[in-house]
Design a protein around this ligand. Structure first.
Ligand code: ATP
Length: 356
C-alpha cells in the first residue's frame, strides 16, 4: 500500500507541531522519520495511523483519501517503544490476541489461529518462547513478540515508534539488522520513528529528516548523508567540523588557509561555512610551506581500527575533530603537541545568501 500525506498542519494550542507537511511513502518500502526530540515525528505517525487528527491536510492510503477512516479501517499494525504486552497472557496468546478479537465472520478457526501464531513466532525466531509470560522475556524478545503481534492481523502498513529505543546499544544493533531482513521478506510498507541517525541510515530505504515540524530533506540514506540539503541535515547526520570563511571563485579562505571548492566556482566573495566530517580530513606532519590548516595535536585516542584526534587550529584556536586509520596513525608516529596540517578531502560549503 502507498501512503501519502498532503499539506498536514497540526497545532497543540499555540504550538505548531507540524507545519504543512507533504510526503510520499512508496509501497513496500521502509521509511525512517528522523529528527531531534520534539520535531513532530510521533505526531505525524499518529496522524497516519488515525490516532490523531490534523487541523488540515489529508492522509492518502493507496491514493484514496483516508482522513476520515477509523483507525481499524486503516489496517495498520503498531509497535511502540514500550509496547505493553498483556502480562497475564502467554506469548502465544499475546500474538493470537488480534485474531481472537476479530468479528465472528472474520475470525479464523482455532486451528488456523494456532498455525498462524506458530508461523509468526518462527518468523521472529522465538517459537521456543510460546508458553512464557512477558515478564520472563528480555527487552529485545518482548519487542520481537510485539512485532509478531502487530503482524498477526496482516496489516497493510506497519508503524513503528522508536521500537528499539528502550534497549541497550548492542541489542538495538542486532534488532535493527533483524528488522531489515524481516522487512525484505515481508515487504509491508513501513514507517519507523527514530532519533538515532545511524539506525535510520542503516535500516531505511528512504529517510525523512524532520526539524521543528517541517521536512528538511527526503532521500535515500546515501543521498541525505552525502548530499545534505541544509546545514541542519549535515550536522544531524554525524559529527562535523565547521570552517568559517569567505568563498571567492571556487576558493575558500578560512583563517590563514585556503582550499579549492570546485562546485562553487563563479561564486564571488560570499561568506561561507565549510562542513567537513572528521574522516574526510587528510592529515600530515607539518612541513614549511605546506598547504592546509595548521593545527596542534592536542589529544589522540588510538584504540581499535580508528584513531580519533583532537586538533587545535593555530590561527584561531578552534577545535577540529579528525579520524584516521590506526594503521596510518602508528605509521606516522604522531605525538601529542606536534604541529600537523589538515586538508579536507571532501567538504560541502553552504554560502550565505548575498543581499541584493
Ligand atoms: P520525541 O523524539 O521526543 O518523541 P517527536 O519528534 O516524536 O519527539 P512529537 O511527540 O511529535 O515529537 O511532539 C511534537 C511536539 O508537539 C512536541 O513539542 C510536543 O511537546 C508537542 N505535543 C505532542 N503531543 C502533544 C499534546 N497532546 N499536547 C500538547 N503538545 C503536544
Amino acid at each position: 500500500m502507498t501512503i501519502a500525506v498532503k499539506n498536514i498542519h497540526k497545532r497543540f494550542g499555540d504550538f505548531v507541531a507540524l507545519d504543512n507537511i507533504s510526503l510520499d511513502f512508496p509501497a513496500g518500502e521502509l521509511t525512517a522519520l528522523l529528527g531531534p526530540s520534539g520535531c513532530g515525528k510521533t505526531t505525524l505517525l499518529r496522524i497516519i495511523a488515525g490516532l490523531e487528527h490534523p487541523d488540515s491536510g489529508q492522509v492518502l492510503l493507496d491514493a484514496e483519501d483516508a482522513s476520515n477512516r477509523h483507525v481499524r479501517e486503516r489496517q495498520v499494525g503498531f509497535v511502540f517503544q514500550h509496547y505493553a504486552l498483556f502480562k497475564h497472557m502467554t506469548v502465544f496468546e499475546n500474538v493470537a490476541f488480534g485474531l481472537r478479537v476479530k468479528s465472528r465472520s472474520e475470525r479464523p478457526s482455532e486451528d488456523q489461529i494456532r498455525r498462524k501464531v506458530k508461523d509468526l513466532l518462527e518468523l521472529v525466531q522465538l517459537d521456543w518462547l510460546a508458553d512464557r509470560y512477558p515478564p520472563q522475556l528480555s527487552g529485545g524478545q518482548r519487542q520481537r513478540i510485539a512485532l509478531a503481534r502487530a503482524l498477526a492481523v496482516e496489516p497493510r502498513v506497519l508503524l513503528l515508534d522508536e521500537p528499539f529505543g528502550a534497549l541497550d546499544a548492542k541489542v538495538r544493533k542486532e534488532l535493527r539488522r533483524w528488522l531489515r531482513r524481516l522487512h525484505d521478506d515481508l515487504h509491508v510498507t513501513s514507517i519507523f520513528v527514530t532519533h538515532d541517525q545511524e539506525e535510520a541510515l542503516e535500516v531505511a530505504d528512504q529517510v525523512v529528516l524532520m526539524n521543528k515540524g517541517t521536512v528538511e530533506q527526503l532521500g535515500s540514506p546515501e543521498q541525505v548523508y552525502n548530499h545534505p540539503a541544509s546545514p541542519f541535515v549535515y550536522g544531524f547526520l554525524g559529527n562535523v567540523n565547521l570552517f568559517h570563511g569567505r568563498v571567492h571563485d571556487g576558493v575558500m579562505a578560512t583563517g590563514d588557509a585556503s582550499f579549492e571548492v570546485p562546485d562553487y566556482a563563479g561564486v564571488s566573495d560570499s561568506k561561507g561555512t565549510a562542513y567537513v566530517r572528521p574522516h574526510d580530513l587528510e592529515i600530515d606532519r607539518y612541513t614549511q610551506g605546506a598547504e592546509g590548516i595548521v593545527v596542534k595535536l592536542s589529544r589522540a585516542h588510538a584504540i581499535g581500527p580508528l584513531a580519533q584526534l583532537d586538533l587545535q587550529r593555530v590561527d584561531n584556536s578552534e577545535l577540529i575533530e579528525a579520524v584516521m586509520s590506526n594503521e596510518r596513525f602508528s605509521h606516522l608516529q604522531l605525538k601529542e603537541g606536534e604541529t600537523l596540517v589538515v586538508r579536507p578531502k571532501r567538504l560541502h560549503v553552504f554560502v550565505e545568501p548575498t543581499r541584493t
